[in-house]
Write a protein that binds this ligand. Structure first.
Ligand SMILES: Nc1ncnc2c1ncn2[C@@H]1O[C@H](COP(=O)(O)OP(=O)(O)OP(=O)(O)O)[C@@H](O)[C@H]1O
Ligand SMILES: [Mg+2]
Length: 371
């Protein structure tokens, strides 16, 4: 499922890399597959000055183009040689809906979705691209289709595509961060259960509700690492950079500064907990609706993104929502569960690359499904 900016005449997938465009960073990763298994070829990160991409909107195409053209370089000085990319679209600008459609002919699905979307999304349908994937087809016992629909504003898709093309890159597919993250973190053995995946980034936190083999819903809130740093700086009377260093070193350690840093972070973490609780309820309700076709409770919550490294955040969330909270493994989709592979970076340093790795793992691409 994806937005494709142009049809490519490849039958076998051409070599490509994954490109995660955030407000303040570009991250990239390349995975190669061979008979011996998959491995990471390279990965890296480039900072984006503020004001170039804001809340997922490209504000300065020229500057982003220059970064892509000149500064996409990994820690060992290597540049991606591939012309093709699978890039992410910002989660906060998208709409993801799992729709239930009555048992209709497959060829009628697209127009039924269009009809449903008109009532369900806050944008005129002709200003969007939408794409869909049938998650559950009706069998003898069921009377409906489950269809996962992704909707995106046309102007955002077009501006991302323009910049990539100007930089000499050809987008094979544009997809949502949530799709990439789910692909990286969830393997076949997990697909039947219910999970919440949380990406805690610099500017926002995205929640992905996953169950019955598909994303059910995604949601972003504007709370991220920068807000953590600002709250710490204010409480301790220090600068933002120093606050970020203290955050990384001490996390939720109550002994640090007599607990003042933890106290400063609690209101922000509470916002995460509130959202998480809502999603747990939503999942229960959804599972009940599905008449027990998948488990009625969330099995675990996985954290990724740079701020998932905050020491103690997993325990804090676990106690608050009474569910297991674990660090995600961005390399699961690359190396599998067999063990024996030494990832190119320690797990904590890899959490922020989850989206880029998920994009690099994409193994199929569709055609533009414009409305
Ligand atoms: N050890 C650590 N402890 C706490 N926070 C950390 C640690 N290491 C990095 N971070 C934080 O991770 C954040 C960067 O994460 P990430 O790269 O996932 O964000 P991003 O993808 O650029 O942002 P967004 O997805 O919000 O647009 C920064 O806020 C940084 O302070
Ligand atoms: Mg991010």
């Amino acid at each position: 499922m994806s937005f494709i900016s142009h049809a490519v005449g490849w039958i076998v997938q051409p070599p490509f890399f994954g490109l995660d465009i955030s407000d303040l960073t570009l991250k990239f990763a390349k995975v190669h597959r061979s008979k011996a298994g998959a491995d990471i070829d390279y990965f890296g990160e480039v900072k984006i000055p503020s004001g170039v991409v804001e809340k997922g909107e490209v504000k300065n195409e020229g500057e982003l183009f220059a970064l892509l053209k000149k500064h996409l370089i990994d820690a060992e000085g290597r540049r991606p040689q591939e012309r093709y990319v699978v890039a992410s679209l910002p989660e906060e600008k998208s709409f993801v809906r799992l729709l239930q459609l009555p048992k209709i002919q497959r060829k009628e699905v697209a127009s039924a979705i269009r009809w449903e979307l008109e009532a369900n999304i806050p944008l005129p349908i002709d200003q969007t691209y939408f794409d869909y994937e049938i998650v559950h087809s009706p069998d003898a016992s069921s009377d409906h289709f489950d269809v996962l629909v992704t909707v995106f504003p046309r102007d955002i898709v077009n501006s991302y595509t323009n910049v990539l093309k100007r930089a000499g890159l050809r987008p094979l597919a544009l997809e949502l961060e949530s799709q990439a993250i789910s692909r990286a973190l969830i393997d076949e053995s997990m697909a039947g259960d219910g999970y919440i995946l949380i990406d805690i980034g610099m500017t926002r936190t995205s929640f992905i509700l996953y169950g019955g083999g598909s994303i059910i819903l995604t949601l972003s809130i504007e709370v991220g690492g920068i807000d953590f740093d600002a709250a710490i700086a204010k409480a301790l009377g220090i600068g933002r950079d120093e606050a970020e260093r203290a955050k990384k070193e001490f996390g939720l350690d109550k002994k640090y500064h007599s607990g003042e840093m933890v106290d400063a972070l609690i209101p922000l973490l509470s916002a995460l907990v509130d959202e998480l609780k809502k999603q747990i309820w939503f999942y229960r309700d959804h599972a009940e609706h599905r008449h027990g076709s998948f488990p009625s409770e969330i099995k675990a919550i996985y954290l990724v993104g740079g701020d998932a490294n905050l020491i103690g955040i997993d325990k804090y969330l676990a106690v608050s929502v009474k569910k297991p909270v674990l660090m995600g493994d961005p390399f699961l989709g690359v190396y599998g569960r067999g063990g024996g592979h030494v990832p190119p970076v320690p797990k904590n340093a890899s959490l922020k690359y989850c989206t880029a790795i998920g994009l690099a793992l994409r193994s199929e691409y569709g055609l533009l499904n414009a409305s």
